[in-house]
Design a protein around this ligand. Structure first.
Ligand code: FAD
Length: 390
């Protein structure tokens, strides 16, 4: 292999960009191929726990994110009808002390925009939707739907839940609809005609609900001025017509799903001017994470329900560990580097997938050490670290 291999990252999302930033910090030759013609400001919020914030510190954007997002005072888990506090987990200040980094909530578009600033603009080639890969003896030939081709010695598939890289490695397989959808909306807090008591509240349905009738709504701020509020649900929808993209939500239907919930939540929902509805998908564990010169990370590899707020964190942790494994073997022995990466990451990401699916995180007293305490920058490679119960 050439001294400085050409590294292609497919997808400029929440895992692809940290991977590029980490590689460029090690003076590697990286190009990201992104299908979108440009970035748009996707209307959603995102949670950044201490484990991903340590990575943001490493790539130099912790302070910027802290300035834009908000460090919630606490996570409040409230009972659906009485509004009783089931569990309150103090976050502001405490998580910095306990885990070495804060917990932030932030607009996903703002987060992505700050991430993009960590790499030179010319790193990303837009309008490049990967449609084919052909592994030659010493490189991989990439084909894009605009008719162009590119070559790389290493290919990182960071192309999300509908990953073409995954499809090419393993054969096409649609992700599985979980039977649940998520309503999402961002709107001015001023529209709500009642006090919003907590910076971050998760409203849980009755414990006695059957698992497939479980429903929740999360309400949190996106910025330290507390002007923008974000709501995101997780509710069963057995009538989803199919397809992987979102639709406009019917607000009456969204409100009716929460019929009988406490007035503190209903006032938020009544104020919501519009929302989108997203189907939630996952996949069975993959039989392999890499083949030859190609390796997967993030949702391409282990998509999950969003109920732990850890999908982006898993993608970024993958990116850090993958780069460390490549450094460890010197970019020449990809087989060993990719095997070390998979060994280091599989147990943790599988556990996070399972806990996301079960949706009990912080419902009652929860010890988050195994999730928040993980430190991808310093974690010993090759051991199954940061796992549930570990
Ligand atoms: P993505 O960020 O999806 O990036 C994939 C990129 O690849 C995209 O830019 C895409 O355009 C590009 N791409 C796709 N196909 C191709 C192709 N063929 N060629 C070229 N480019 C391509 N995570 C959290 O950590 N905290 C949260 O609070 C949170 N909330 C969530 C709420 C909801 C409702 C949902 C659905 C998800 C949530 N997540 C959350 C999950 C998180 O968004 C994902 O896990 C994360 O974005 C995965 O990163 P990724 O890089 O693997 O994929």
């Amino acid at each position: 292999m050439a001294k400085s291999p050409r590294i292609a990252i497919i997808g400029a999302g929440l895992g692809g960009i940290p991977a590029a930033a980490m590689l460029q910090a090690r003076e590697q030759n990286v190009t990201i191929y992104e299908q979108a013609p440009e970035f748009t400001r996707l209307g959603a919020g995102i949670n950044l726990g201490p484990n991903i914030m340590k990575i943001m510190r490493e790539i130099g954007i912790e302070e910027k994110l802290r300035h834009i997002g908000i460090e919630p005072e606490s996570w409040a888990s409230r009972e659906w009808n009485t509004g009783k506090m089931q569990f309150e987990f103090v976050m502001k200040g405490a998580l910095g002390r306990d885990y070495g980094a804060p917990y932030l909530t932030i607009h996903r578009g703002d987060f992505h925009a700050v991430l993009v600033e960590t790499i030179p603009p010319e790193t990303i080639q837009f309008g490049k939707r990967l449609i084919g890969m052909d592994e030659k003896e010493t490189f991989v030939e990439l084909s894009f739907d605009d008719g162009t081709k590119a070559e790389a010695e290493v290919v990182i598939g960071a192309d999300g839940i509908n990953s073409m890289v995954r499809d090419i490695l393993l054969g096409p397989e649609e992700p599985t609809y979980t039977g649940f959808v998520a309503h999402r909306s961002i709107f001015p807090r001023a529209l709500i005609k009642a006090p919003v008591l907590h910076d971050f509240t998760k409203w849980w349905s009755d414990d006695s609900h059957e698992a497939d009738d479980d429903r929740h709504m999360i309400v949190y701020y996106l910025d330290r001025s507390r002007e923008e509020i974000y709501i995101v649900s997780g509710v069963p929808d057995h009538n989803w017509p199919g397809g992987t993209s979102y639709v406009e939500a019917d607000l009456d239907e969204m409100i009716s799903v929460f019929d009988g919930f406490h007035d503190d939540l209903m006032q938020v929902l009544y104020a919501c001017p519009s929302a989108t509805k997203w189907p939630l998908f996952d996949r069975k564990p993959l039989p392999l994470w890499s083949e030859g010169r190609v390796v997967l990370l993030g949702d391409a590899c282990h998509p999950m329900k969003p109920h732990l707020g850890q999908g982006a964190a898993m993608a970024a942790e993958d990116a850090v560990i993958l780069v460390r494994c490549l450094e460890h073997y010197g970019y020449e022995d990809l087989t060993s580097a990719f095997a070390l990466y998979e060994t280091s990451r599989k147990a943790r990401t599988s556990d996070v997938q399972v806990h996301s699916y079960n949706n009990q995180w912080m419902r009652h007293e929860t010890n988050p050490d195994w999730v928040f305490g993980y430190d991808a920058i310093n974690q010993e490679l090759g051991i199954e670290a940061g796992v549930a119960g570990g």
